[in-house]
Design a protein around this ligand. Structure first.
Ligand code: C5P
Length: 224
């Protein structure tokens, strides 16, 4: 079975404040996207890796781990759609991964792919949430406190039957949705079940400056 992985790396990453696209900020002396591509390529079940790159970075040597490079879109959803359009025709399962989750281990890609191969339409990794979360209205007033045991913080790679993800993206375009929070949300919107498997603490998303410090520490621990 052909399992493709789309690594989206075309975001600007302004919250990181490094003055270049986040995926090209370095940890352990290599860009985040280099680490992400290495993990995707290292997964036993992944047969094809496509990377979605920001303008001007299509030829960057950090992208050497991918077999195809495609241009990014205005939103993450558009970037994923560009990756989907570039998949080989015989792809049956597709994983979508954020380059910013650069230290997600290869085993997580395999676990997510295994869930789809076992028959689930959509499989996403998730972890219990550590903070108590509040729903807050525009005036700063708390309107609800969801039961934490029912919540999961979800990660990537997210895995899908290819036909399901293509249908979900096509339906989003028809509805006029352009900026879905993640791919699973688009599958939920077409009424199909999304299955959660155990996430991994190393699959955190590099977003703020302190996340780079954590990433350096995780890499140093792996090297020790
Ligand atoms: O901004 P955020 O961290 O949520 O982005 C998640 C992932 O989506 C990142 O890896 C980023 O590079 C990617 N992205 C993209 N194209 C965009 C916006 C984000 O590929 N237009």
């Amino acid at each position: 079975v052909n399992v493709a992985c789309i690594v989206v790396a075309a975001g600007r990453g302004e919250r990181l404040g490094e003055g270049r696209p986040k995926a090209f900020v370095e940890v352990g002396g290599r860009p985040l996207v280099w680490h992400a591509l290495r993990a995707a390529s290292g997964a036993a079940r992944v047969t094809h890796v496509v990377v979605v790159a920001p303008d001007g970075f299509e030829g960057d040597p950090a992208l050497g781990g991918a077999v195809a490079v495609v241009p990014g879109g205005a939103t993450r959803q558009h970037s994923v759609a560009n990756g989907l359009a570039a998949l080989p025709g015989d792809t049956e399962v597709v994983l979508v991964h954020d380059a910013a989750r650069c230290l997600a281990p290869s085993q997580l890609f395999d676990a997510v792919a295994a869930g789809v191969l076992a028959g689930h339409d959509a499989v996403i990794p998730g972890l219990p949430v550590v903070d108590t979360l509040k729903v807050v209205d525009g005036a700063g007033r708390v309107t609800a406190t969801p039961d934490r045991t029912e919540l999961r913080a979800v990660q990537t790679p997210q895995g899908f039957r290819r036909t399901v993800l293509e249908r979900a993206h096509a339906a989003a375009v028809e509805r006029g949705d352009t900026d879905a929070p993640d791919d699973a949300a688009l599958v939920e919107r077409i009424g199909l079940p999304v299955h959660v498997v155990a996430g991994h603490s190393d699959a955190f998303k590099v977003t703020r400056p302190q996340d780079l410090l954590l990433a350096e520490t995780v890499l140093a621990r792996r090297a020790a």
